[in-house]
Design a protein around this ligand. Structure first.
Ligand SMILES: [Zn+2]
Length: 177
């Protein structure tokens, strides 16, 4: 692999991201009326109506990781995640209990990523995400896009007053650019 690591990862990752989105969206469900109700003070109706939710046995890493790893490049392991957001489709493990209080927190967190995708667009989201990973010592926990999602999720779980996730995301991302 030659050239800039970030550019190469985006070139490999973007088609994979769309592929995952199409694959999982094809076998997914809408948010339930109950879920929409829990989030409507935070998210725009269009976001809640458009997003889809799919379940998988395991979340898998991209197949191109094998080549990257054998060339000695670091890769971002997503296989341990409880959920992941692919553009406008949330994917969670089948074993996740969708009735628990924790479920709403997980869903809230993934919806923040969906809004980040809306605000940035898929390519820019991927760039900002991966750049944050590279520039922060390849640590998943230090990725600013993840920090933003965790912070907003904590505000939601802390049961403070409702807020517009879109406004918070836009303000946070402006600081990041
Ligand atoms: Zn996240």
């Amino acid at each position: 692999m030659t050239g800039n690591l970030l550019q190469q990862l985006v070139a490999l990752g973007l088609p994979w991201l769309w592929e995952q989105r199409d694959l999982h969206r094809a076998d997914s469900r809408e948010l339930s009326a109950e879920e929409k109700l829990a989030f409507r003070a935070y998210y725009e109706d269009a976001t809640l109506d458009n997003v889809r939710l799919a379940t998988v046995e395991y979340i898998s890493n991209p197949p191109f990781y094998t080549d990257l790893q054998s060339s000695g490049y670091p890769t971002l392991d997503i296989s341990g995640a409880a959920g992941v957001a692919y553009i406008d489709c949330i994917v969670v493990r089948k074993s996740t209990n969708q009735q628990s209080a924790w479920w709403n927190s997980l869903l809230f967190h993934e919806l923040v990523h969906i809004v980040q995708f809306e605000v940035l667009g898929p390519r820019r989201h991927l760039e900002v995400y991966l750049r944050g990973w590279i520039e922060n010592g390849y640590r998943y926990d230090s990725i600013p896009i993840e920090e933003q999602a965790r912070r907003l999720e904590a505000r939601f779980s802390g049961q403070g007053p409702p807020f517009s996730v879109r406004e918070a995301v836009e303000a946070g991302l402006a600081d990041l650019m």
